[in-house]
Design a protein around this ligand. Structure first.
Ligand SMILES: NC(=O)C1=CN([C@@H]2O[C@H](COP(=O)(O)OP(=O)(O)OC[C@H]3O[C@@H](n4cnc5c(N)ncnc54)[C@H](O)[C@@H]3O)[C@@H](O)[C@H]2O)C=CC1
Ligand SMILES: O=C(O)C(=O)COP(=O)(O)O
Length: 524
């Protein structure tokens, strides 16, 4: 039974769902880094929110870890690159808390416009400072949204309901989408120049880090109000503090901080700043959504191999998983065959899907094929990291699809170019789920895979089968099946044997110089 650790505070529905699905689960929110390092080695899955930092050393201490599930959106607390290199799938729940977070941004904007937290403190202190808290209307004001994805576009729709003019800067927002959601797409500089309120909704990336600093604040309108419910690192906190002190920025509403938990911060105490402790996603509804979703997704992954919302892996739905399973087996065998028979480094890999298989989601098949191709040349490769490892090693991978059936209703072919020339292998499924090899190096044959196989490239001359049979028989190696194919004087023999073939016997086979070009003992 797979075992999952929940290391952040999460709705109890997450643990309940894991248990119902047959996954063992431990809830240990608030672990220190040392405690996490000590126990993480026991787990197949780790379910987190934003508090747990999954760094490279945590991954190194977790050799059995297969999946990290983020009950929420931002994964900047996970070293996704290190997770990918370690072959760990990282998934999030991209929509479960977006409405809640958008509502928080709107609440923060309204609180800024009317200084509600400050007025509350003053009133409860018995001051009744009616004239001190003069606010501004939001109606007819311009809201500039930086990052108009899921949350940004919900903020836009709510702001439109408040009769605001909404403009957005987002290099990946298409003009059509902007039109559809009724926002005007602008460049950042124009957004700074025109906005009365600016709300941040980008992920934290190298491009967005410190996007609000002294230089960009200088481009903004005097008296602008800034809302950040995205990530702390988007704003240079010292620069914002100075601009607030100078009166350039009239107010800032901050939910997220560079260093969290933010027990102290340069913005604290500034009278025009309002803060919340990373509450963007904290509603009952959002926490139920993300807890249920993360537990379902991680269980699907650990129990059935279904992949959804993964950041470093192709998706496989629960419906697709059983349909892909026989092809996964075939992909493993084709990749494994090629990997075991290559003797030089790979330059290019071409994977061609023809017929029925070309209509399926082939990304996971390519990943498995690459994994099995590469695992004989490098350590610790799996379907998560295989595409990245191939790229790192300069292997050019091409995927082709052709839905028109050829000689077979469905076929996968793998062509590999190495320093020593080109190789190819093709396979199909018989009766829908039985993998068969149908060609090797363009020579047709029909062969099934067994646990122990001998593959021989030989010359098509009389006497070979007899000699090989004698040699194997004398060595006590029993032949299970014997498949042959030939073309233009060349031949391939694919032979299932009842156990591993000793090295000395392989040498003897290779020594049949009149017939044998090369011989490989393969295991599947
Ligand atoms: N305060 C909180 O509790 C929560 C915060 N968040 C934060 O909100 C962020 C946004 O979430 P979603 O809207 O779901 O993500 P999303 O991926 O749907 O949208 C992000 C948008 O930012 C845009 N973007 C990327 N780079 C940009 C750049 N350089 N300049 C302008 N736009 C850029 C993208 O094109 C995309 O449209 C998350 O990454 C997370 O960090 C999310 C949930 C809760
Ligand atoms: O989903 C996100 O990106 C969030 O920032 C929410 O964070 P949390 O799960 O509340 O710690």
């Amino acid at each position: 039974m797979p075992k999952v650790l929940i290391s952040d505070k999460m709705s109890p529905l997450a643990a309940e769902t894991f248990r119902q699905r047959g996954v063992q689960v431990d809830e240990r929110p608030g672990l220190s880094k040392e405690e996490l390092l000590e126990i993480i080695g026991e787990y197949d899955g780790l379910a987190i929110r934003s508090a747990t930092k999954v760094t490279a050393d945590v991954l190194a201490a977790a050799p059995g870890l297969k999946v990290i599930g983020r009950a929420g959106i931002g994964v900047d607390n996970v070293d996704v690159e290190a997770a990918t290199a370690a072959g760990v799938c990282v998934m999030n729940t991209p929509f479960g808390n977006s409405i809640t977070t958008a509502e928080h941004a709107i609440a923060m904007m309204m609180a800024l416009a009317r200084q509600i937290p400050q007025a509350d403190r003053s009133t409860q202190a018995g001051k009744w400072e009616k004239s001190k808290f003069m606010g501004v209307e939001v109606t007819a004001k311009t809201l500039g949204i930086i990052g108009c994805g899921n949350i940004g576009s919900i903020v836009a729709s709510r702001a439109q309901g408040l009769r605001m003019r909404v403009i957005a800067a987002d290099p990946y927002l298409s003009v059509e989408r902007a039109k559809e959601i009724g926002v005007e797409k602008v460049e950042l500089d124009e957004l700074y120049a025109r906005s009365d309120f600016i709300s941040l909704h980008t992920p934290l990336t190298d491009q967005t880090r410190n996007i609000i600093d002294a230089a960009t604040i200088a481009k903004m309108k005097d008296g602008v109000r800034i809302i950040n419910c995205a990530r702390g690192g988007l704003v240079v906190e010292e620069d914002l503090r100075k601009a607030l002190d100078d009166g350039k920025v009239a107010g800032a509403a901050i939910d997220v901080f560079l260093k969290e938990p933010a027990k102290e911060n340069v913005l604290f105490g500034q009278p025009d700043v309002i803060t919340t402790p990373h509450l963007g996603a904290s509603t009952t509804e959002a926490q139920v959504n993300v807890a249920l979703q993360v537990a379902e997704q991680m269980s699907d992954f650990l129990l059935d191999g279904a992949v959804s919302n993964a950041l470093n892996m192709a998706s496989v739905t629960a419906e697709e998983a059983p349909r892909l399973r026989p092809y996964i087996k075939l992909a493993e065998q084709l990749g494994g065959f090629m990997g075991q028979t290559l003797q030089s480094s790979i330059k290019t890999v071409r994977i061609a899907y023809q017929g029925r298989v070309a209509k399926l989601n082939v990304k996971p098949l390519s990943a498995v094929l690459l994994q099995n191709l590469l695992k004989h040349q490098m350590d610790s490769v799996n379907m998560v990291n295989a595409p990245v490892l191939a790229q790192d090693r300069g292997i050019h991978v091409v995927e082709e699809r052709d839905e028109t059936p050829g000689n077979y209703q469905t076929a996968i072919r793998l062509f590999v170019e190495t320093e020593n020339g080109a190789r190819g292998i093709g396979g199909t499924l018989f009766a829908g789920d039985m993998p068969r090899i149908v060609e090797i190096d363009t020579i047709s044959l029909e062969a099934e895979f067994g646990e122990n196989m001998l593959f021989i490239r030989n010359l098509d001359k009389p006497g070979f089968i007899g000699r090989l049979g004698m040699l194997l028989g004398d060595a006590g190696v029993n032949i299970g099946t014997f498949h042959l194919g030939r073309a233009n004087g060349n031949a391939v023999s694919f032979i299932e044997v009842d156990g591993p073939v000793p090295e000395a016997v392989l040498k003897q086979v290779a020594g049949l110089k009149d017939y044998v070009q090369r011989v490989h003992a393969l295991r599947f």
